[in-house]
Write a new protein. Sequence first.
Length: 591
Amino acid sequence: MGAPLRIEPVGGLGQMGHHHMVVDNGPDSFLVDCGILFPPPSDPGIDRILPSFEPALQRAKEGRLRGLLLTHGHLDHLGAVPDLLAALPGLPVYATPWTMTLLRRRFDRDAPKGSAPLERRLVHPGETITVGETELTWLRVTHSLPEACSLAMRGPGGTVVHSGDFRMQVDPLLGPPTDAAGLKAIGDGGVDLALVDSTSGAKPGRTLPERDVVARLTEVAEKATGAVIVTTFSSHVERMLGCLQVARATGRRFAIYGRSAEETARAAIEAGLLPVRSGELLSIDAIEETPKSKLLVLVTGSQGEWRAPLARIARGEDSRLTLGKGDMVIWSARVIPGGERTVGGLVNRFAEAGVTVVPPWGEGSHGLHTSGHGHSDEVGEWLDLVQPRFVLPIHGEPWHLIQHQSALARRVGPERLLSLRTGQTLELDVSTDVVTHGEAKTTQQWVAYGGAVFPARDPALSTRRKAGQSGAATVVVPWRDGRVAGTPVVHALGLVAVVETSSLERRLGLTMHRKLSLWDPIDDEGEASEKARLTLRSIVRREVGSKPPCLARLLHLDGMVSYAELDAHQPDGTRDGANGNPTSEGQDPPE
Ligand SMILES: [Zn+2]
Ligand SMILES: [Zn+2]
């Protein structure tokens, strides 16, 4: 037997998001998924958190990286691919057509200008291909978007099956059910290791079928006399079809409102994934001419995203839809933890306007949404088909993984159960069944709006956080022959009300001048500018009472500038497990 099977999770085992894993199988290395983690609200101006690309770059340097394999199209599984490909141009990406469609859209949004074209390798569910010495099979599972797959990798190091995100819907509303026969065939061939989705694996029983959600939505919508608005995740094509069926059942016209959901619907209809009769989907421009009592609109922005249509409608700022008495807003989505206040704000606005609201909590919300992640009976069914010799829970925060670990221990026995976190590695020698654990060096990367990338723990992140909390101050000190040579110019950003800012800046400048004039000449300009920075910090603190990040520059009267850096902040440590709100319309939460 050759090299063992080696598993290195780079993200997603201990955090809900940025799923990314290296699987070394004999001479072949593969990356499975490459997603983003949504930043917590405490990280101002950060768009997305990426996994480290170091392990991938290292495999590429060794000449053994064969490609990136995608299980499905949610952003926590493919949102970081454009960034990865900027670091590894030309890396082949293997995905099903729908996943590739979603990746293309992400690529258009995030890929840096001049990026190499996507090296697309389309595979179809049920198809087996050989890459290097490894046979790869994508096996259809049900989830909360089309063409989600489990992934089997049979190579010289052994056979490993990655579950992807899945549930086992028996009779889905849309698309075929999980490919049980395919999974069983792989299982019958012998599976050494299964990596299994833990997100809801510890919950008892099974998830509510999508058909039950449609029935419940219909029951609730029937009570409305005016317009019915349903809000859900923009990638959830099956729920779109569900809403269309509710519209049919209640004699309403159906429309979709929100750029990302409209794009998804258009592409899904084109791909034959969303069965809509001709003329059945009402254009958003036509909703104003339709009587409200004949209208059901799927609207994006279920997490309260400021720019999304739902929030605009709630604020009364939408040009197409104004809601009032008789109208109804139904949440057919869960709230991402941490987003309750934002969503609560919308619920209150609608309620004040006389709209009947069914919020995503409380008894009324029951049955209006269902998860795409299987509960324990469904995980059990998947494992019965795959019949692995060893099982490793993946995907989820520590709580999910630990809970799932104990549920699985009862099912498969502790001797077959492995445990791993991001930053650790696991090797399985399938000829001896010896399992070896190791550590790997993995870290995260933060990406700001606009595209600047910060390595995790970079002091700039802490400066950004502090500036977000308390503003910032800068000073430019005119300088000649080691002395202050004029009144320093202070800028105060967000320290006091705008009308008071100029007079504060003038006062601070004069105080700086008085203090700096008392100094003996300083030849070392680094020392001088650092001293100026500390002086600014102390007078700002006295004047305003806060401690914002401060910055000082010496401006030589011959035109040269000397630089002193910002406060050398200590790193804040990792922010693993942080799971905040999606930050803009069109970004689905981790699923
Ligand atoms: Zn996921
Ligand atoms: Zn997913």
